[in-house]
Design a protein around this ligand. Structure first.
Ligand SMILES: *Cc1c(COP(=O)(O)O)cnc(C)c1O
Length: 384
């Protein structure tokens, strides 16, 4: 970036061709009648909703978000696709939703709010009934699905979907619980269908892991998040896939790279300490690259003295504590580093690659969290 005078101090690059590739991985496996929903909650898994959602919209049939606020944000950027709001939507959040915005409802109370909103505004929001099959998070108990369908009927609401969510499909190589959930879901769908008199068009249970591992979880819609962005949901999911299909089948391509500039070069003499708490001491004369990125930007503080960044195609260890807006990396062994050089915090730089999975493993978290916590303030741009 040394040749780009007005380059930002840090930025996130998004690769549209990687996104297209990942979408194809799912699309090519789905039955032609099964709809693909791209989950763009949490600022599109940290990728940046405004920049990445229009790209995702080219490859999917639906978008999924957590909140009504996110659904409105999608409409503001011009998305015309149907949107599924998957989280809790109290009355205050119903305002300004259009009838292409579907709600996943988990209680009779929520059904009443949707009916009341229709009576006040004239806008009838289609509902999908969420049934809890074992995650004990959202959804009505399996036995209550019939009552939900009857209540929706009394309110003259349009029930267009029945859905559930798996509890541990990405956490294990042993999928008995997922199979039990699937059976419970099938019973719930049958019950809802008998009450409604017709099977709702949108039956959905699958997240990335489910759709990668179990074709029978696809039904008529799949809700794919993390893997659309090019990441396996977990090592267990990848291992399960390999155990079933062998190596070399699905290649997901990470969409996001996080870059910054070297802000300063700091010489450190042998025996001198570095950073807050003096947690790292130079064992030799050392050169540090001071990088204007910290935990306020979403770089986990727990990675101090643990992770690496890439500079000039080489890995550079992060030394000392990660500060709020600043971190340091040892570039003693990388010749020629200059102020303004490009630092790769996530992504590939020549032969050196840093993945969200690497960082997550080093700080006891998961790739989802590393990505979702990337600050919305960091500028995003599509890679050309
Ligand atoms: C986030 C979410 C998904 C997507 O999960 P991935 O593991 O990222 O594919 C699907 N369904 C629901 C209800 C979710 O909250």
């Amino acid at each position: 970036m040394a040749d780009d005078f007005f380059a930002p101090t840090q930025w996130i690059e998004l690769d549209p061709s990687a996104l297209a590739h990942n979408a194809r991985v799912f699309r090519s496996a789905l039955a032609p009648t099964t709809r693909l929903l791209g989950v763009v909650k949490a600022n599109a898994y940290g990728h940046g909703l405004e920049v990445v959602a229009p790209e995702i919209a080219k490859h999917v049939d639906w978008l999924g978000v957590h909140s009504a606020t996110e659904a409105r944000a999608l409409r503001e950027i011009g998305t015309a696709l149907p949107i599924l709001v998957m989280g809790y939507v109290p009355p205050v959040d119903l305002r300004d939703l259009d009838s292409g915005i579907h709600l996943l409802v988990s209680s009779p109370t929520a059904l009443k709010w949707v009916a009341d909103y229709r009576d006040r505004s004239g806008v009838s929001l289609p509902v999908h009934i969420k049934v809890d099959t074992g995650a004990k998070r959202q959804g009505v108990p399996e036995g209550a699905i019939g009552d939900m369908a009857r209540t929706a009927g009394r309110y003259r609401l349009e029930v267009v979907g029945v859905a559930t969510h798996f509890a541990n499909i990405e956490d294990t190589l042993e999928h008995q619980f997922a199979r039990t959930q699937l059976e419970r879901f099938q019973h719930a769908v049958a019950e809802a269908t008998s009450v409604l008199g017709v099977e709702p068009p949108f039956i959905h249970a699958a997240c990335s892991a489910a759709s990668l591992l179990f074709r029978q979880t696809d039904f008529t819609l799949v809700r794919v998040g993390i893997s659309l962005y090019g990441h396996w949901p977990s090592r267990e999911t990848k291992l399960s896939w390999i155990l079933e299909h062998g190596r070399g089948g699905v290649e997901l391509q990470p969409v996001l790279s996080w870059r910054a500039q070297v802000g300063q070069l700091q010489p450190v003499g042998k025996g001198e300490s570095v950073g807050y708490g003096r947690t790292w001491t130079a064992l030799r004369d050392t050169v540090l690259a001071v990088i204007p990125v910290g935990y306020a930007d979403g770089y986990p503080r727990a990675l101090g003295n643990r992770s690496r960044v890439a500079i000039r195609g080489c890995a550079a260890p992060v030394v000392g504590r990660v500060c709020m807006n600043i971190m340091m990396a040892d570039v003693t062994d990388i010749p020629g580093v200059e102020i303004g050089d490009r630092v790769t915090l996530l992504g590939a730089d020549g032969g050196a690659t840093v993945t969200a999975e690497d960082l997550a493993a080093l700080c006891g978290s998961i790739n989802y969290e590393v990505l979702a916590r990337l600050s919305p303030e960091i500028p995003r741009r599509l890679a050309s």
